[in-house]
Design a protein around this ligand. Structure first.
Ligand SMILES: O=C(O)CCC(=O)C(=O)O
Ligand SMILES: [Fe+2]
Length: 368
């Protein structure tokens, strides 16, 4: 990709859409001023957090990818990943090959972006009607019609495939310095890691290494990178930074700072568990399409983010999603009389359309 030039500048009037709706408030400003939680963030009792942001669950698997290129070690890693996908739908990986320095650099850009004056961030405000393809800056959620907001600000970038990337590139912030170049480098490295993980997951299902990557569109697979910023909160027990949800794509990789907040729902114990931040690790969570491709053997994990009263938390989330024309549905090679298809087959763009219109009941993590 060509380096950023002055022509990548965009006029604010091109990108400020209906900011009243998608950026209803500056959560950062509220965090600095409010003594109590403003009413538009108060969640129903049913939704409120039940487990603390720093009450870490040490059972969530942590898997080292060291030696994955050697046949003997690869077998063990594939087995560990298969177990983690079936029992948890969420795990952490270390020794994954993405330089820690790059991860840190991008997290610094995340912080510097959210520290910009609100007028600068509003230049990148999200289009309200665009969910879930929307990109840009927003607060709360992508949904313009939310009654109750999430306690967060975020910036979503469309990164891959390359042709989308180049169009979307002009919408990426020019400030702070180095933002775009760092994001391009990170996007490339993560793409390689996603391919590796999809290969290991394919093998764990007894499929050829490139099976899932090809099923979700090969080189046309989509990648979005999201910066989340969760300011400290005056009454964290009454709200969430990110409401409970499953991710709708294939697989999600998350990097977080040392402040906890990501929680996954563990069906067997009917409890939320908090993921412990590990420096240099990625949290991997399986998304809806992998649950469906695996015919429910693997689970798309229900997750949420809680906030706390002392510290701001940041995460960087990479979503790998199928290309819009991918044919999705349970992998035929995995089906037999004892394991009939639990889900229909469909084109991914139809799934997105239903998902967006709220008609679709997405898998609730109850597989397995
Ligand atoms: O920031 C987190 O811990 C959760 C983020 C997340 O689940 C998402 O952005 O989809
Ligand atoms: Fe998520």
């Amino acid at each position: 990709m060509a380096p950023p030039t002055a022509s990548d500048d965009i006029a604010p009037e091109d990108v400020i859409f209906d900011t009243k709706r998608v950026v209803p408030v500056s959560v950062i400003k509220l965090a600095s001023e409010a003594t109590g939680l403003p009413p538009q963030f108060v969640k129903s009792e049913r939704e409120r957090p039940t487990v603390a942001y720093d009450d870490y669950c040490r059972e969530i698997p942590v898997i080292s990818l060291k030696g994955v290129e050697t046949e003997s070690r690869r077998k063990g890693i594939v087995a560990e990943i298969g177990r983690a996908c079936a029992e948890w739908g969420i795990f952490q990986i270390v020794d994954h090959g993405v330089p820690e320095e790059l991860m840190k650099n991008l997290m610094d850009k995340n912080l510097a972006f959210f520290k910009l004056p609100q007028e600068d961030k509003l230049k990148y405000a999200t289009k309200p009607e665009g969910y879930p393809e929307a990109f840009g800056y927003a607060t709360g959620s992508h949904r313009a019609d939310d009654d109750v907001l999430d306690w967060r600000e975020f910036m979503l970038h469309s990164c891959l495939p390359k042709n989308v990337h180049e169009t979307a590139y002009s919408f990426w912030p020019k400030k702070p310095e180095g933002y775009r170049d760092t994001l391009v480098e990170y996007s490339d490295k993560i793409d390689g890691l996603v391919t590796l993980l999809l290969g290991l997951i394919s093998e764990s299902l007894g499929l050829p290494t490139d099976y899932i990557k090809n099923a979700v569109g090969g080189e046309d697979t989509e990648q979005k990178i999201l910066f989340n910023y969760y300011p400290h909160c005056p009454q964290p027990d009454l709200t969430l930074g990110h409401r409970s949800h499953t991710d709708f794509g294939t697989i999600t990789l998350l990097q977080q700072i040392e402040v906890g907040g990501l929680q996954a729902y563990k069906k067997e114990t009917d409890r939320w568990v908090t993921v412990e931040p590990i420096s240099g690790a990625f949290v991997v969570n399986l998304a809806d399409q992998l649950q469906i491709l695996s015919n429910g053997k693997y689970r798309s994990v229900l997750h949420q983010a809680v906030v706390n009263s002392n510290q701001t938390r940041q995460s960087i989330v990479t979503f790998a999603n199928p290309s819009s024309m991918s044919q999705m549905g349970p992998v035929p090679e995995l089906l037999n009389e004892a394991n009939p298809a639990k889900y229909p087959s469909y084109i991914f763009k139809d799934y997105l359309r239903l998902f967006r219109s709220n008609v679709l009941v997405v898998p609730d993590g109850s597989a397995g």
